[in-house]
Write a protein that binds this ligand. Sequence first.
Ligand code: DC
Length: 345
Amino acid sequence: MIRAIRGATTADENTRESIFSAVQELMARIMDANSLDTADIADIIFTATPDITAVFPAAAVRGMGITDVPLLDMAAPDVDGALKMCIRVMIHINTEFGNDQLRHIYLKGARSLRPDLAKKISVAIDGPAGAGKSSVAKRAAKDMGYVYIDTGAMYRTVGVYGLINDIDVINKPEDIVSELDRIRIDISYEGGMQKMYLNGADVSERIREQDASMAASAVATVREVRARLVELQREMAKKGGVVMDGRDIGSVVLPDAELKIYLTASVYERAMRRYREYIEKNMECDFESLRQEVEARDKNDMTRAESPLVQTEDAVLLDTSEMNFEEAVAAVEEFIRKAEEYSAV
Ligand code: DC
């Protein structure tokens, strides 16, 4: 039976090299995903948008050593608002498989053509305080159509409960345990923002104050607190399509996440970023005490007995010390795209 497999990709530039690499990646992925052998292929038809002029896409197939398959290049219609630099392919194959068993592959910019085929994965982002995890994760999630879950906000909410109720969480964090049944945390997403409610009161801003950071770090050392919050986090991630950030996401909360990123930056750089944030908000601060606080939280988070912050073996390292925000977002999005493509096979 002759059946057809579809695919598409985009070239980064209108150069022979860029077009060859895009087409060869697309062909390799289609052949791999469908366990195709050259002998199964009846013919291959490419279309290219009018901005692809450097080379015929089919030439890239010859470049892969596929010489005995009939190939054809055609011009895609010049449609208003169409995806730029797009190369589409239709491969006719001889197969016993039904249409529902064939894998169509859309890569790079062309993923947007078939959102129904994109597999959403679970993304775990861990790293020390102030590395930019939340802002980077939030933006990447928005761009890629994922739900962002900030787990630090949950520990902060428990910490704030302690502060409001005069529990000495810094020196005796375990005192929070007897209070756990009186702490109700609700989370809602309003305009893409994660809002935190503590026993019905909106504490989304209160949890960002400086004293809430240390209180969170302190209560996060308590096993019972972690057990409660981890359960909540797993429940929220059940359906997939989440970018979750924290300290133990890859190691404990979502050990099977398809993508784990350890996002970090130097102590100096992290303290400097916090310093700039405070200055921008006209909040009082002192660089040296911020630096010491970053160090203290690192120590707390990395050396505690319960689920310490670690880079798991299967996590990719992303050091953003020398990156600006946009560069860090781009790097995370690229990791997500690759992991989606990989797990779709
Ligand atoms: O990411 P953050 O600064 O909002 O986190 C606040 C504290 O909560 C942090 O010092 C450690 C703790 N935390 C944790 O132990 N595990 C998580 N998954 C997230 C945060």
